[in-house]
Design a protein around this ligand. Structure first.
Ligand SMILES: Nc1nc2c(ncn2[C@@H]2O[C@H](COP(=O)(O)OP(=O)(O)OP(=O)(O)O)[C@@H](O)[C@H]2O)c(=O)[nH]1
Length: 304
């Protein structure tokens, strides 16, 4: 198993012997272990390892104790974490206090390895279920792009950030060309495949912090933080070229090609408003369709 495919676990304990025992056991069970000697160090690791979801945390630690660490996690990150508190404390009162403060499971030291192992497995199962729920709530199940609600949320967040930081924000509204013909000629399944291929091409051409979402049936919104009009246009054009070049194999037919048109608009330090920005994209997209499709049009700023 490569390190990339291993489940990550953060252990935080001020006792070096516990850390050593945990690291040895967890590594032999196939986990990728991150180790911290206090809550503050644990918090730093959380910031640099966003995929961490599973934690074994001591209660009494210097700087930030286990319960405070839990509160930070729950307050600052809106995805699910599974936290096992491994502590010298015992008894109902402590269990109630820990679990009322966001801890998911409670194990008293000294731990029994086999028991800890199955408790970690429970955590992994719950995290997997939560990830599946997150996916269905936030993503378009066909293409894996953000769904309409989420991409509009992201647009609002990025617009607010650009306003605050006085930075640029590029937005691209894509629409597949003559998509109805694809469905009518080859069936809905091929239409669905074309949507998936389209999205994978775009995802392969954007930066990790850019966001692609399905705005409507065959309309997709791409958010490009810190991109001026030249950069946003270039990214859209690069995607368009790759889409037009692709030959989609279809059984019983010659491979088909798909094309897309897009409108690009940019805001600078929150100007224009989201509403206007979107309108500009829409007008530019309409123009791209009118001019013959398979092209990108950069919106003309109209003032807000
Ligand atoms: N296969 C499939 N088709 C979809 C999906 N969502 C929307 N569509 C189809 O997309 C087509 C969009 O058609 P139109 O709005 O007429 O646009 P178009 O044919 O792409 O033409 P232009 O945009 O003018 O180039 C419709 O036939 C919808 O049924 C989907 O999830 N899967």
């Amino acid at each position: 198993m490569t390190n990339q495919s291993k489940v990550k676990v953060l252990i935080a304990d001020d006792d070096p012997i516990t850390r050593m025992l945990l690291t040895r056991n967890l590594s032999s069970w196939g986990y990728l272990v991150f180790s911290a000697q206090d809550g503050e160090q644990a918090w730093k690791i959380v910031k640099s390892e966003p995929e961490l979801r599973l934690f074994i945390i001591d209660w009494s630690m210097p700087k930030l104790n286990g319960l405070e660490f839990c509160q930070c996690l729950k307050n600052e990150q809106d995805f699910f974490h599974y936290i096992i508190m491994l502590t010298g404390k015992k008894g109902t009162e402590n269990i109630v206090e820990a679990m009322s403060n966001g801890v998911d499971d409670f194990v008293t030291k000294p731990f029994v390895a086999d028991e800890l192992r199955v408790r970690l497995k429970v955590g992994e199962r719950i995290i997997e279920q939560e990830k599946r729920l997150e996916f269905y709530a936030n993503k378009d199940s066909l293409t894996g792009a953000w769904n309409r609600r989420m991409i509009l949320n992201h647009l609002k967040e990025e617009w607010e950030r650009a306003t605050r930081d006085k930075s640029l924000l590029g937005v691209v509204l894509f629409d597949l060309d003559f998509f109805k013909n694809i469905n009518d000629s080859y069936g809905h399944q091929i239409g669905d495949d074309a949507l998936k291929v389209f999205c994978s091409i775009i995802q392969g051409n954007i930066r990790p912090y850019d966001k692609l979402g399905r705005y409507g049936g065959e309309e997709f919104l791409l958010i490009l933080p810190n991109s001026d009009d030249v950069k946003a246009f270039q990214i859209a054009e690069r995607c368009r070229k790759q889409i037009e070049k692709l030959k989609m194999p279809i059984s019983g037919h010659n491979p088909i090609t798909i094309t897309a048109s897009a409108g690009v608009a940019v805001c600078d330090a929150g100007k224009p408003s989201i509403h206007e920005l979107f309108k500009q994209c829409d007008v530019a997209l309409y123009q791209a369709k009118q001019q013959g499709r398979n092209q990108i049009v950069l919106a003309k700023p109209t003032g807000d």
